[in-house]
Design a protein around this ligand. Structure first.
Ligand code: OFO
Length: 185
């Protein structure tokens, strides 16, 4: 008869931790599709630089989701693929897209902070350490969304304003990508 693994040895993660990480996987998966809906909207409205930034970011959020999935599975838990529904595909303006992003990223930051707080209290220092990367990432993403929104106020949306805002978004996105590549070296 095949020997079964003692379930207590299967994972050092608490059941609650796996549940909470699966919730975060769900949130990152939804984030990816949020960005995808926005990217497509921006593309068909002619904001090609904003669209590129948003498509790239959708891919990044997908990586965040997979990073947590891998962590859970490597730790002996079971990561669940997210259920994606209610994705917005219509927006009133490009400004609304970036306002929605900031609002969403603030909500994600709060979720990550709650998760970190839970891990500390539960003395799950492995997951606590794993999540530090996400804490920094959320700070950066909030800052990027705020900077993008500043372009709307600084340039103004009248006349060629939106065209110039789109260009600035593209330039800023290129700077972020270059900085990320330097950091990765
Ligand atoms: Fe996953 O970084 Fe934003 O949401």
């Amino acid at each position: 008869m095949a020997k079964t693994v003692d379930m207590r040895l299967k994972t050092s993660l608490l059941e609650d931790t796996v549940k909470k990480l699966n919730k975060q996987i769900q949130m990152e998966g939804v984030s990816s599709f949020y960005y995808l809906g926005m990217a497509s909207w921006a593309e068909i409205h002619g904001y090609k630089h904003a669209a590129q930034f948003l498509f790239d970011h959708a891919a990044e959020e997908n990586l965040h989701m997979m990073k947590i999935m891998k962590y859970v599975n490597d730790a002996g838990g079971h990561a669940h693929a997210p259920e994606i529904k209610n994705i917005r595909n219509e927006f009133a303006s490009l400004r609304e897209v970036f306002e929605t992003i900031l609002e969403h990223e603030v909500a994600v930051s709060k979720a990550i902070n709650n998760l970190v707080d839970y891990c500390f209290t539960a003395k799950d220092f492995g997951t606590f350490q794993f999540l530090q990367w996400f804490v920094g990432e959320q700070r950066e993403e909030e800052a990027v969304s705020r900077q993008m929104l500043d372009f709307f106020d600084l340039i103004g949306e009248e006349g060629q304003g939106l065209y110039l805002i789109d260009l600035e978004i593209g330039k800023f996105a290129a700077q972020i990508n270059a900085a990320a590549q330097t950091e990765a070296k």
